[in-house]
Design a binder for this molecule. Structure first.
Ligand SMILES: C[S@@+](CC[C@H](N)C(=O)[O-])C[C@H]1O[C@@H](n2cnc3c(N)ncnc32)[C@H](O)[C@@H]1O
Length: 302
């Protein structure tokens, strides 16, 4: 199976779908959530699905109410405008990688295989994990592993990688794992997973893409419309929580991403997590957190 959607019922309930509404799925993946949204839409409803991975484009629902946007969701507003799909009644983002991406050896996302260190979701980009390891400075690598991987010895790791790349080609998973051996702390599987997660977030610039998505969500969702975001990493959940609560990211907001004043009202105070039945059948659901919010105020007329 390409991907088993997480928190499916909770997402559909949270979006409170209006049959005539216009919806966007920022992360189409295998189209599980998208198909469930289409089931709730009437003949005049619409769904626009974004994905930056060409493998996901083949998963698009064959439905004339559906429009595929084969792009990064950073360009949400621009493409919704292009497809006359504004304002939205609801937006879903189910972040991170799909099982298909993770389980395809040559994509380089999983520590289970030996393959090129790729990790690009969008293969039109030239920036791979191998490029990152070749070009980022030691302080950049330190920040990456500390913040995105929560690696306990990030400083040692960053120093080791900068030394190792002088003499080794760090362009395959096997080569990276061999170099990492002496600095692994605790459970090796867990340590490697943290390192790989950090590299993936860095390669795909995932946190900046999320910030841009949230800022645009406030512009494209009509008052009363819904935002549903599923995260798998505490940093992502913190960004979503903070943006819903305050309409900004504090000091991390970029200059041209001027946030709108408190654009959302949280529908659920605490994030929704998977129940025991889902946890039994879907391992990926373990770290999933869903936040639902409703757009407040008056729509920017753009
Ligand atoms: C967890 S999967 C989504 C699964 C989907 N909800 C389903 O039911 O099958 C995440 C998908 O979002 C895509 N993705 C992640 N970040 C993206 C971004 N910034 N822009 C566009 N697509 C992105 C990935 O390529 C992947 O296919």
């Amino acid at each position: 199976m390409y991907h088993q959607p997480v928190l499916l019922t909770e997402v559909i309930d949270g979006l409170a779908i209006r049959p005539e509404g216009i919806y966007a799925d920022a992360t189409l993946g295998g189209g599980g959530h998208a198909r469930a949204i289409l089931e709730k839409l009437g003949p005049r409803g619409r769904l626009v699905g974004f994905d930056q991975d060409e493998d996901a484009w083949e998963q698009q629902p064959g439905d004339k109410r559906f429009t595929l946007v084969p792009e990064n969701f950073r360009h949400l507003e621009r493409f919704l405008k292009l497809h006359s799909a504004l304002p939205l009644d609801g937006l879903l983002a189910d972040l991170g990688v799909s099982s298909h991406q993770f389980d395809t050896a040559q994509r380089g996302f999983s520590t289970r295989y030996d393959a090129p260190l790729d990790m690009r979701m969008d293969r039109r980009s030239e920036f791979t994990a191998a490029n990152l390891l070749r070009t980022w400075s030691e302080p950049e690598l330190l920040q990456l592993f500390e913040q995105y991987g929560e690696v306990s010895n990030a400083r040692t790791l960053a120093r080791l990688l900068v030394q190792a790349r002088r003499t080794h080609e760090l362009d395959t998973i096997g080569a990276l794992k061999a170099v990492l051996k002496p600095v692994i702390r605790g459970n090796p599987q867990r340590y490697l997973a943290q390192v790989f997660q950090a590299l993936r977030i860095g390669v795909n610039d995932e946190l900046e893409a999320l910030r841009q998505l949230l800022v645009q969500a406030a512009k494209v969702i009509r008052p009363g419309g819904r935002l549903a975001v599923i995260t798998f990493h505490s940093l992502e959940d913190r960004l979503v929580k903070q943006f819903i609560k305050t309409g900004s990211f504090g000091s991390s907001a970029t200059a041209d991403d001027r946030p709108v004043e408190k654009p959302f009202r949280p529908v659920t105070k605490k994030p929704v997590t998977a129940g025991p039945a889902e946890l039994k059948t879907n391992n990926r659901a373990r770290s999933a957190k869903l936040r639902i919010a409703e757009r407040t105020g008056t729509q920017d007329s753009k």
